[in-house]
Design a protein around this ligand. Structure first.
Ligand SMILES: NC(=O)C1=CN([C@@H]2O[C@H](COP(=O)(O)OP(=O)(O)OC[C@H]3O[C@@H](n4cnc5c(N)ncnc54)[C@H](OP(=O)(O)O)[C@@H]3O)[C@@H](O)[C@H]2O)[C@@H](O)CC1
Ligand SMILES: Nc1ncnc2c1ncn2[C@@H]1O[C@H](COP(=O)(O)OP(=O)(O)O)[C@@H](O)[C@H]1O
Ligand SMILES: [K+]
Length: 583
């Protein structure tokens, strides 16, 4: 299981659902029944003993799914309380509400009702899915604040929250959310489980998604043939979006995993010589600055580059006399030396930045970029790039930029601003946040419930994914925007998403240098830039997972062999489709 799980935007999802319904082979009502059945099935799987459930049904089709969940849990002998709205929903949700009414009543979806009565074992959040069109206000705002809020004892009001499609008020395209309880950091939520339909959406994987959603299960609701047939369907969409090492369950037996890992553990027998596995050149900085580049170089060797050479200036060369002995050393004082070194065409991957110094990086990059070797640009090299438009213009499609948010903001300040801003850019065709007075009211409601307003946008907000894609298109290189969630984007719009929220100890000094070395090593081995960056991200996080807390960056390179062995094993097991019946 490596990657290859397609991620769909909500617009793509809606188009696929529409195509399915237009075909006449499936109705919206059937899709809703399947969606509700999937959620009820997941609840029963986790809590097999029938208990008490409160189902919160909103005004649209997400609410329709909720009425199905209520009916099916009731059938399984749960004691179900439904809170719903007194509106006229669409025909499918209306029919599901009617079917529930034959079984039980509907109390008003108010904060007072939610607070009253016996506490439930499970709360089902079917208030809003993809259809939120404006800031919640009044009673709906109150109830959202209550659903996601905590009492004075710090405990969530709604323990064991199961979200239908997404936690309500959450943007599935950006991973942004209107409000969060304060005090426990932003990465905290009462949702134990989110059941999404057909495919993960970007927001489930980036931004606050991984934390807000809790465990994510992607349920099969029978849309596969339309997903695959959809114009520019699976495998044909030029700007394919995929999840790397999806940490969620997809219940349709879809084969997730691409043959990339076949090549990871093995070296090509067609080129048995060490040069067949590439030669990575890691440019190091001056005296007392060599540690970062040494981490990169050691990693490049461990990931399987046939040779790795560390190249500091002459006066720092003696510092690199220690381990590992397998590492070669060569003094490179400036652009002229580097041009000379690159006359050896076997040097096929370069790594610039870690501890390299900004001026030295600028000088060396100016010499190296015209040679068009596969190149990683990190740390000081990114700062040098941000100072010099000519260097930016010299980037090419075999370059991989690995900025964290600070470096990204230096390189692409306008995109970083858009990402941070509360309002989506006009070009994304979304309406803006609307009336400031209503926003203030919403904010006040949140404060009343000890919730703080994080941000609010209507429809998909400008996300980390949008920003990375735009940056890659602009500079013509792969951009890997790192953090707890990593987005890797190629100039053609293809992108990969990875979430490492489970390994916060990876945020340690030097971890980025290791990542840069890993990608350089994979580039040396012949992986394409997008693949090298994706695999590097995956292996990087896996090494941290394997080690656990207490990790320092020096530990990472030597953990790589165990991760490579593990990935090979999981690849062979994932070639057997894990088909599960649709429940
Ligand atoms: N399509 C399919 O086939 C399938 C879809 N499925 C499910 O449908 C979900 C999408 O359904 P959806 O499009 O009806 O959107 P949803 O999230 O329920 O909300 C829309 C309602 O909320 C209202 N509303 C909005 N903002 C508001 C506010 N601030 N305050 C108050 N009201 C507000 C809005 O009102 P309006 O803007 O129209 O006035 C409208 O009434 C999707 O997530 C999945 O769960 C599954 O069954 C599988 C098959
Ligand atoms: N909270 C986090 N959880 C998991 N991984 C993280 C987190 N924050 C950062 N990372 C990862 O750790 C690495 C840090 O890289 P970087 O910021 O360049 O650090 P340094 O410059 O100290 O090497 C990146 O790969 C990033 O994706
Ligand atoms: K929901």
């Amino acid at each position: 299981m490596l990657e290859g799980t397609e991620v769909l935007t909500t617009a793509q999802m809606r188009a696929i659902e529409s195509a399915a319904m237009a075909s006449g082979q499936v109705t919206g009502l059937e899709l809703m029944e399947r969606a509700g059945r999937a959620v009820a099935g997941q609840i029963r799987l986790r809590w097999p003993k029938a208990g008490r459930a409160t189902v919160l049904c909103g005004p649209g089709n997400n609410g329709g799914d909720g009425y199905v969940v209520a009916r099916l849990l009731h059938r399984a002998e749960w004691r179900v309380r439904v809170l719903g709205m007194d509106n006229t929903p669409g025909p499918d949700a209306g029919e599901m509400r009617r079917r529930w009414r034959e079984i039980g009543g509907i109390a008003p979806l108010t904060e007072q009702e939610l607070q009253s009565g016996t506490e439930s074992d499970v709360y089902v959040d079917a208030i809003f899915g993809t259809g939120l069109t404006r800031p919640p206000e009044g009673e709906i705002a109150n109830i959202l604040a209550r659903v996601f809020g905590r009492g004075g004892d710090g405990a969530y009001y709604c323990r064991r929250l199961v979200a239908v499609d997404c936690p309500s008020g959450f943007c599935m395209d950006s991973g942004k959310a209107p409000a969060l309880p304060p005090g426990r950091g932003t990465f905290d939520s009462p949702a134990r489980l989110t059941v999404a339909f057909d495919s993960p959406k970007p927001g489930h994987l980036i931004g606050l998604g991984p934390a807000l959603c809790g465990e994510l299960v992607v349920a099969d609701i029978g849309l596969r043939q339309w997903r695959e047939r959809h114009p520019g369907g699976l495998g044909q969409r030029p700007a394919r979006l995929e999840a790397i090492w999806p940490r969620f369950d997809i219940r349709d037996g879809r084969r997730i995993g691409v043959p990339l890992s076949d090549r990871l553990g093995k070296h090509s027998s067609a080129s048995p010589h060490k040069y067949g596995h590439g030669h990575a050149l890691i440019l190091a900085g001056g005296p007392a600055k060599g540690g970062a580049a040494r981490l990169s170089a050691r990693t490049a060797l461990r990931i399987g580059a046939g040779l790795a050479t560390i190249a500091p200036p002459q006066d720092a060369l003696p510092e690199h006399a220690g381990q590992p002995d397998a590492l070669m050393r060569r003094a490179i004082d400036g652009g002229g030396d580097l041009r000379e070194a690159l006359a050896d065409s076997r040097i096929n991957a370069l790594c610039f930045g870690p501890g390299c110094g900004i001026d030295r990086s600028a000088d060396l990059l100016a010499a190296a970029l015209p040679a068009r070797r596969a190149t990683v640009l990190d740390a000081d090299a990114l700062t040098a790039l941000s100072h010099d438009p000519a260097l930016m213009a010299a980037l090419h499609r075999d370059c991989v930029l690995t900025p964290h948010m600070g470096e990204f903001a230096r390189l692409f300040p306008d995109l970083a601003r858009q990402m941070e801003g509360p309002k989506p850019p006009a070009r994304l065709r979304h309406v803006d946040a609307g009336d400031p007075g209503r926003l203030a009211q919403f904010s006040a409601d949140m404060a009343r419930y000890n919730c703080e307003m994080i941000e609010w946008t209507q429809g998909p907000a400008y996300s980390k994914l949008d920003a990375a894609r735009e940056a890659a298109a602009r500079c013509g290189a792969v951009v890997l925007l790192k953090g707890p969630d990593t987005v890797i984007a190629a100039p053609d719009g293809s992108a990969r998403l990875h979430s490492a929220f489970d390994v916060p100890w990876l945020a340690t000094a030097g971890a980025g240098d290791v990542l840069a070395g890993m990608i350089a090593g994979l580039l040396a081995r012949g992986f394409q830039p997008l693949d090298a960056a994706s695999l590097g991200t995956l292996i990087h996080a896996q090494t941290a997972r394997g080690f656990g807390p207490g990790l320092i960056a020096d530990d990472l390179p030597d953990l790589i062999p165990a991760v490579l062995r593990g990935l090979q094993k999981s690849q062979s097991s994932s070639s057997v489709a894990t088909a599960l019946p649709m429940t």
